[in-house]
Design a protein around this ligand. Sequence first.
Ligand SMILES: [Zn+2]
Length: 97
Amino acid sequence: MSAKPSAEGSRQPRPQETRERNARIAATARAHRFDSAVAVPFICECSEARCEELIRLPLVEYTSVRDACDFIVAPGHQVDDATIVRVKDAVWLYRKG
Ligand SMILES: [Zn+2]
């Protein structure tokens, strides 16, 4: 069985898909008992398909921004159909709509 990525069908918008990947990164970091103060590399959740920016956040901060918004992106990056709710040094927070 190959895990070939497919571009067809019901692909989610990149911010939604990336958000789910980040949730898995956070879950993995927790499972490996990462020190919650150590920065973990998360993927920028912007709408730019070619974006490869990483957002380094301690798990504890990821958890708090996750509760405060729908998408987290690298500073200056944008999410379609979403508005900025907070701007920080390392990360910008967007909310849908
Ligand atoms: Zn980005």
